[in-house]
Design a protein around this ligand. Structure first.
Ligand code: HEM
Ligand code: SF4
Ligand code: SF4
Length: 558
């Protein structure tokens, strides 16, 4: 095999490495679990993988709602906003008229008002639940620290803004729940030395709330959600192509579920507010109003200590303890023609294209902002200079990872191929965040670990096949669960020739398989590898003779 294939001289000069060593080449980890944290988080990670695995069976990997919690939060916001505007159109903004107008809306004097009110309420509840799940999931998978600090920290104020937006809505109904909630909130706020006059005076028995104060509440219920939207926009500023729209099927599914809930259990008001009496038995929405019973079970001071402490802890989490930065991608202007593929593929907007500084007659060059770089290597996989077919002794590319240069990948691949034995020889490329591939290595199977599957230039697949390997299997995190957001999407599109750099038409796609598999899917991946081997064993030789090339490489999901 090595007689006819132009392996680099460096690879040929070296004896194949001892068994096992040649077949397992691992980069330093930058992804999921990086930082070597112990404690109970790894156990939670495994539990989450199993829960998500069960949802994969029901929804499929791509439509699994667990992988779209951020986008579903956006979706909830839009449902709440649209239904809110609709209900507001029939709302009487005076204290005297508010309750009656909400009653009219509820009983459909305003067409479909009752349904819109119910949707408004239940989508607000779903919003809180989904954001809390999003927060918990991001923490469990290890996204609270390191280069993601901005996404995490900018999420924390959103919790407060979301809570304020929702609780403010309850006040506008001006029923007994509103009365209870407003008084409890005023008593809580009065603990802080903020107001010259205690807020609770606005609700002294026998006096009615003023229209001026009520207008302030309305202003808050419109202004705070606008602030929330601004905060949501800030939250996604440091990632490129944020997924703010969930797949249509799950967006529709959530909407239908909220409709069904609204019809089965319409949102209703309590009795009208009456400051002369103290409400004793109320039906509370625990999602937003559950904080009030806590106030009365403890004290205003301890409740402030609890929520203030929790907020501070969440805000400091990215630095508890600090995580060392991953090594950032480096641009080599000698090999950069400014094509912009790295800029287009970087999931963290860390690459910009800027005017040339080296005097070459090219308009642009790539520049990496090390502060934004996740060290994922997706840019190296995108660069046209990363092709192993270049007849250079050292494969310097336009943008590269110091911790696992493309040249080292080519060398490792060549050595691994040279040491493969057996009837059906397979090279497995896998990412450091998905299923463990090292244990799949065998005499006829070489495994090469990448930082992310998106780091693999498709030309490496062709290189391996042309060197006589029978098949190439690419694996990485479950579909839609890429630790670096876009790696498995770009890999599929490059292999299907839908994105540059693409796998050349000449490559027999039946010899290429993509199998997405998470950290707990090792056994499934091993079975997929064996199925692939059996299929390859039945293929005619040479690979493409008399064979119809399939349109896409087969993609298996965990
Ligand atoms: C209104 C509330 C929120 C909304 C609408 C929201 C939405 C989103 C969206 C759309 C993304 C991008 C997903 C992607 O394309 O990969 C995202 C990412 C993220 N969110 Fe949120 N989020 C919210 C609250 C929070 C909170 C409270 C936290 C934690 C304190 C948080 C932590 C994160 C992190 C760490 C990421 C980055 C994930 C990555 O880099 O892969 N989010 N969020
Ligand atoms: S992909 Fe490579 S050649 Fe293109 S701009 Fe980026 S570094 Fe330069
Ligand atoms: S390694 Fe490359 S693709 Fe990944 S974040 Fe850094 S610049 Fe972007």
């Amino acid at each position: 095999m090595s007689d006819t294939f132009p392996f680099t001289r460096r690879a040929l000069a070296r004896q194949p490495l001892p068994e096992g060593e040649a077949k397992q080449v691992s980069p330093s980890p930058a992804g999921r679990g990086a930082g070597g944290e112990g404690g109970f988080r790894p156990a939670l990670q495994r539990a989450l993988q199993h829960i998500e695995g069960a949802f994969d069976l029901a929804f499929g990997q791509r439509l699994n709602p667990w992988r779209h919690l951020g986008a579903l939060s956006f979706w909830c916001f839009w449902i709440v906003a649209v239904t809110g505007i609709y209900v507001y159109a029939a709302f009487d903004t005076s204290v005297a008229g508010a309750y009656a107008s909400v009653e009219r809306i509820t009983h459909n004097a305003w067409p479909l008002g009752g349904l819109a009110r119910s949707l408004h309420r239940y989508a607000s509840d779903a919003f809180v639940a989904i954001v809390l799940l999003h927060l918990a999931r991001e923490w469990i998978v290890g996204h609270a620290r390191g280069f993601r600090w901005f996404s995490w920290l900018s999420g924390v104020p959103l919790l407060w803004l979301l809570y304020l937006s929702g609780i403010g809505g309850y006040w506008l109904v001006w029923d007994r729940v509103a009365q209870f909630s407003l008084i409890a909130t005023a008593e809580w706020l009065d603990w802080l030395p903020l107001f010259a006059e205690p807020l609770v005076r606005n609700f002294i028995a026998g006096e009615s709330m003023t229209d001026r104060f009520f207008s302030l509440l309305i202003f808050l219920h419109i202004g705070v959600p606008l602030l929330l939207l601004t905060g949501m926009w800030v939250h996604i500023q440091r990632i490129s192509r944020p997924r703010t729209n969930p797949p249509r099927a799950i967006a529709l599914g959530l909407l239908v579920a909220l409709f069904a809930l609204g019809i089965a259990r319409p949102a209703l008001s309590d009795a009208p507010a009456d400051l002369a009496i103290v409400p004793t038995s109320l039906d509370l929405d625990w999602m937003y109003l559950g904080i009030h019973p806590l106030l009365y079970a403890s004290s205003a001071g301890s409740l402030w200590a609890l929520v203030g402490g929790a907020t501070l802890l969440l805000a400091l989490l990215p630095w508890l303890p600090p995580l060392s930065r991953p090594l950032a991608a480096r641009v080599d202007l000698e090999n950069c023609n400014g094509c912009g593929r790295c800029f287009a593929d970087c999931p963290y907007a860390a690459v910009t294209l800027q005017p040339r500084t080296d005097g070459k007659a090219l308009p642009r060059q790539a520049v990496v902002d090390a502060d934004l770089c996740a060290g994922c290597g997706i840019c190296a996989g995108a660069c046209p200079s990363s092709t192993p077919f270049r007849s250079v002794e050292e494969l310097a590319t336009g943008i590269d990872m110091p911790q696992q240069p493309i040249d080292a990948l080519r060398l490792a691949l060549e050595r691994a191929i040279a040491s493969l034995k057996g009837k059906t020889r397979i090279v497995v490329f896998g990412c450091g965040s998905g299923a463990d591939i090292a244990s799949l290595a065998a005499a006829d199977t070489a495994t090469l670990a990448l930082i992310c599957s998106g780091m693999l230039p498709p030309s490496f697949v062709e290189y391996a096949l042309r060197a006589g390997v029978d098949g190439v299997l690419i694996t990485g995190c479950r579909d839609g669960d890429c630790d670096f957001r876009l790696g498995n999407r770009w890999t599929e599109e490059r292999v299907a020739a839908e994105r540059e750099p693409h796998l050349r038409q000449a490559v027999p796609l039946e010899r290429v398989r993509i199998a997405w598999a998470g950290p707990t899917d090792r056994e499934t991946l091993a079975s997929e590898l064996e199925r692939f081997r059996a299929l390859l064993a039945g293929l005619p030789v040479p690979a493409s003779a008399g064979h119809v090339r399939p349109k896409r490489a087969e993609v298996a999901h965990g």
